[in-house]
Design a protein around this ligand. Structure first.
Ligand SMILES: [Zn+2]
Ligand SMILES: [Zn+2]
Length: 146
């Protein structure tokens, strides 16, 4: 678990005013340790209304603190960029380096990170710059395959 001080620092370094809701949403994502949908965040933070959570997520994605991806479940998943957890002051253009594949269980709907696997680097045509890349493996998780 991360202290609220380091969460405040992370928000400040990334140019975001650390309001209580922003701290709560970010803390939830960090403490959970796996990608969450806004609905899951809403269930965890029962005191915060949906529109505040949505607005906060949009801002956190915009400031590159959190990245979002579609895991095939129909809802966006959000997770804290690994770069921010290790070195929040590292180069913002380094966004591709913390991308990793995810596993999505088609039965229970959970999505987990596969952080130790490198994403294949897709060569782009000249003049193109990649900002994000997603790879989802779908199947059954340990609990659901029984
Ligand atoms: Zn499952
Ligand atoms: Zn992940």
């Amino acid at each position: 678990m991360r202290s609220l001080t380091s969460i405040t620092n992370l928000l400040t370094i990334c140019g975001v005013r650390p309001s209580p809701i922003r701290q709560l949403v970010l803390k939830t994502l960090i403490d959970t340790g796996h990608p969450m949908s806004s609905l899951e965040i809403e269930k965890t933070l029962q005191t915060v209304d949906r529109s505040s959570i949505t607005r906060t997520l949009v801002l956190l994605v915009d400031k590159e603190i959190v990245h979002s991806f579609e895991d095939g479940s129909g809802s966006m998943k959000y997770e804290v960029r690994a770069r921010n957890l290790t070195n929040p002051q590292s180069n913002l253009n380094d966004g591709l380096s913390d991308l990793h594949p995810h596993f999505h269980c088609i039965k229970c709907g959970s999505t987990i990170c596969l952080p130790n696997i490198n994403m294949p680097l897709i060569p782009l045509p000249e003049g193109y710059i990649g900002h994000s890349s997603t790879m989802i493996v779908k199947g059954l998780c340990k609990k659901c395959r029984i």
